[in-house]
Design a protein around this ligand. Structure first.
Ligand code: ASP
Length: 569
């Protein structure tokens, strides 16, 4: 007899003799009957044992999470359970084997009130929970769908090394000391960037890999130190080829995983539009509340605190009643992250109230109403400062206000391309220009390299519901352009040779024009699962401080290991 998935049994199986396996997930004794919920990956089926049954004594020994093998007869339940697929039937036990026993669990896996610490320490028990199993099943579906789709387009899956040299994403590397060459280190790949470009030089034309990437960065709810990318590179392509390939891939994934027909093509927005209207390069376009530049409206305002380079505003439509003075103060705290001290606001309801209402002249009121199209019930949040500061602060405020007002439609998937990124960003820390994407990105116009503030790149991101889902670019395949970009980045010939010499060497031997992209697998899965905690979609995740509470990694190395590696503390 073959193992049957518990949850698949239903009234069509009535009177069949079946064999089922699983864990005792709930045990109830009612009079002379014992009921056990037997759980396997597919779900639950109910077992029933009568005190006349020869197995009765054995069944009384069974405790939660014991592992069971059961032969029994499928019978109709007298009172069906509509909550579970197998709810119309139960299994009358003929034979039962206890395959293994279990200690009482350190926590109730069905309970919501268990600390994350305990759940991560016993992750394999937490993973018995249906919700987490479903998340990992979704992840599996996403990877299967991706592989099927890319294979159908002629992509070749190639694995690249984990023990490697530094890669160019600009985060901190994880280093691995070499035993054979004391004092030398491998770097774990921040991405397979250079390898995938080399695969283009090698002639593979269409590459992909579900690639593991490692970045030693400060962690947030949507970031893990190791994560997976659907890493893609293509030769002889331009942006349009990459866009249509990736749009098709996401259409397939959403169809396979959610049975949703995603409309194509994805909308596009330039980086400048995104920053000016949403204050971020990853705008959540599921709601409006765009940022308005009201500098000219308030340029003569009597309040000196408003007299800054830039004055911006967002409007909470028809929601002024939901903002008490105290509530506004709570939102003001958020702005401290952007070194903004004051959150100004006015409420419009047959006239103005709010902390700057008294400073508004009649003319300013009139022009606020017109420029922001104000209606009774609206609230206007106003921030003054440098342009960058104001846009960033209002971008963050926009999200918090929308969450508070609960105006975000959670059932839609707003994919969006962001294009025309700047080529360079000024780094205060390093006192030089750094790449906005990475140094192998092709500029839009090579002649603009001498004007780094106004030079744009052939790079693009995919944003989904406010999350950056992917970055990519058309790459430089010309050695002279590459040298010039290194020069602008202040990377000396010697440093370029030391770090990326093998790629520069490869470019001497007929590098095809190429480009690519790398959507984050964890992020897309997270969004499709409707969770905002990336740990939920990673089988064995790490904590905020990058440790694994189950294995205790990272941990101290033994004296012997350190000695072999030539490391002394
Ligand atoms: N390697 C890049 C990254 O990880 C993606 C790409 O350019 O394809 O962001």
């Amino acid at each position: 007899m073959k193992k049957i998935n518990n949850a698949e049994l239903n009234s069509n199986n009535t009177d069949e003799i079946v064999e089922v396996y699983g864990w005792a997930s709930k045990i109830r004794k009612l009079g002379n009957l014992v009921f056990i919920d037997l759980r396997d990956r597919s779900g639950i089926v109910q077992l029933v044992v009568n005190s006349d049954n020869e197995n009765y004594e054995k069944v009384l020994e069974i405790k939660n999470e014991y592992v069971l093998k059961v032969k029994g007869k499928v019978i109709k339940r007298s009172s069906p359970n509509k909550e579970i697929p197998s709810g119309e039937i139960e299994i009358e036990v003929i034979d039962i084997d206890i395959l293994n026993i279990s200690n009482p669990l350190p926590f109730d896996i069905k309970s919501e009130n268990v600390s994350e610490e305990l759940r991560l320490k016993y992750r394999y028990l937490d993973l018995r929970k249906e919700e987490l199993q479903n998340y990992l099943m979704t992840r599996h579906k996403v990877t299967q769908s991706t592989r099927k789709y890319l294979d159908s387009l002629g992509f070749v899956e190639v694995e690249t090394p984990i023990l490697t040299a530094t890669s160019p994403e600009g985060a901190r590397d994880y280093l691995v000391p070499s035993r054979i060459q004391n004092g030398s280190f491998y770097a774990l790949p921040q991405s397979p960037q250079l390898f995938k470009q080399l695969l283009m030089v090698a002639g593979f034309e269409k590459y992909y890999q579900i690639a593991r990437c490692f970045r030693d960065e400060d962690l947030r709810a949507d970031r893990q130190p190791e994560f997976a990318q659907i890493d893609i590179e293509m030769s002889f392509v331009n942006e349009e080829d990459i866009f249509s390939t990736v749009e098709g891939m996401f259409k397939q994934i959403l169809k396979d995983v959610k049975n949703i027909d995603l409309p194509l093509p994805f909308p596009r927005m330039t980086y400048d539009e995104a920053i000016n209207n949403y204050g971020t390069d990853k705008p959540d376009t599921r709601f409006d509340m765009l940022i308005s530049d009201i500098s000219s409206v308030l340029k003569n305002n009597q309040l000196s605190l408003l007299q800054k380079e830039f004055i911006g505003a967002i409007v909470g439509r028809n929601s002024e009643a939901q903002f008490s003075r105290k509530k506004v103060d709570e939102f003001a705290v958020l702005l401290k992250n952007f070194k903004v001290d004051n959150l100004f606001f006015v409420k419009y309801n047959n006239g103005f109230t709010g902390n700057v209402a008294n400073s508004l002249s009649e003319e300013e009121k009139e022009s606020l109403i017109n420029s922001l199209n104000l209606k009774n019930g609206d609230i206007v949040f106003i921030v003054a400062g440098t342009k960058k500061q104001v846009l960033q602060a209002l971008g963050a405020l926009r999200l918090s206000v929308a969450k508070y007002l609960d105006i975000i439609n959670k059932d839609i998937y707003n994919f969006l391309w962001i294009t025309d990124f700047p080529m360079f960003e000024w780094s205060e820390e390093e006192n030089r220009y750094v790449s906005a994407h990475h140094p192998f990105t092709m500029p839009k116009d090579v002649n603009m390299l001498d004007d780094p503030e106004n030079c744009y790149a052939r790079s693009y991101d995919i944003v989904l519901n406010g999350y950056e889902l992917a970055s990519g670019s058309i790459r430089i395949h010309d050695r002279n352009i590459q040298s010039k970009v290194f020069e602008k980045l202040g990377i000396s010939e010697e440093e370029a040779q030391r770090k990326f010499g093998y790629l520069l060497e490869a470019f001497k031997y007929g590098a095809p024009p190429h480009g690519g992209i790398a959507p984050g697998l964890d992020r897309i899965t997270m969004i499709l699962c409707g969770t905002d905690n990336i740990k939920d979609v990673v089988a064995f995740p790490k904590t905020q401080s990058a440790s694994c509470l189950m294995t205790n990694a990272p941990s101290k190395a033994s004296e012997k290991q350190l000695k072999e590696l030539g490391i002394k503390f």
